[in-house]
Ligand binder design. Sequence first.
Ligand SMILES: [Zn+2]
Length: 471
Amino acid sequence: MTDQRERSLPESSQSRSSRRAFLSASAAVAATPVLGRAAHAAGLRGQHPDHELRSLLREIDPHRIGATVARLAAFGTRHTLSSQDDPERGIGAARDWIHEQFRRYAAESGGRMTVELQSYIQPPASRIPEPTRITNVVATLHGEGDPGRVYVVTGHYDSRASDVMDATSDAPGADDDASGVAAIMEVARVMATRRTEATIVFAAVAGEEQGLYGSDYLARQFKDAGTDVQAMFSNDIVGTGDAHDGTAADPRTVRLFVEGVPTSETPAQATTRQSVGGENDGPSRQLGRFVRDVAENPQTGMKVRVVWRRDRYLRGSDHISFLLRGYPAARFTEPRENFAHEHQDVRVENGVQYGDLVRFCDFWYIARVARVNAAALWSLAQAPGTPKGVVIDTTRLTNDTTLRWQPSTAADLAEYEVVWRETTAPDWQHVLPVGNVTTVTIDLSKDNVFFGVRAVDRAGHRSPVAAPIPG
Ligand SMILES: [Zn+2]
């Protein structure tokens, strides 16, 4: 609630202080856009879904999602060490079924979506007793304007029982994580028929329960190829807003875990952070702010509860594989979990039903989480990329602030916006449109606030914010 008030209340004061800052800005930007101030300031209060996004959100179908969750659970177990060639039971059958569905979606894409089985042999390692083939099922929707800019979304299709090495007992894995796989498959289906500027990769990954093996391989392929992955989301345990434990259901909330200090931080970056702060301005934190801006709206019907930690206590997920490689990444999870329904053999004990069963999932909830993902991915892919090379000038001591950045390559770029906030504020409080420039001086002390820069296209799509580094 605090955040909502923060973002909606200060519009008039924002406009006033924005104009004041603007009017005293350097000659580099003076005399340009005083017009449109109110509309731009409204950008801080969330970005409305464009027409195409509203249309695709309506196509997300809870019945299809329910059928996918039920089908995946019906493979009995999808344990990473289970059978790879039994046509009915085990991870191989699940792999082939997901592959076939992706191929059907791709057939409707006019050649824009391609599908592959990305496979390797994992040598013996923790929770992998013998060489094991691990296969990610990957559908890529190739962008048309800026195909080298990539966004990745995953769910993991492997499952587990109480004993993480038990490859034979039933492990339906409905919530963990058929729900995440069903969500990303449905988003892939509705996006396959549409044109995007950037590339979106939908990956059903394996080996998560054994130690994030599939996503580690996926992230490594991107890193080794020098791929510009600008955001990644793991959907893991997104099956229900009802914990079935007697507490009130919360069916309109999804949690988004975003780390602060980057997992990949170098000693030099740590030194900078220790001197001037920035622990709340890493790229994953900016991604969290972006998701809430574009995905909390009547069309998704969801509140995104951003949690400022990498993951829950004692737990992890596939976003960590991307964080380790320096890619911005975050994890979606349901609002409150029932641990009798995760990582448990299916059984009844003292009248309590254990096990990750389909009946504990809410397909309408999963559909809303899919809509949140779709809103985030579509808004990322249609906007300009996150500004690069953003620097705050520290060559001399001044009481103003000069920012520089590299020009965007977006063909439909309109301009840039500088945002800032009090150092103690969680979210951006002020926005100043500065035109299509690559440097600006603002009459505010860099010592007293945090700044960021984002790019805006002609349709009003805004990129995530990039925080400047001293230079
Ligand atoms: Zn999981």
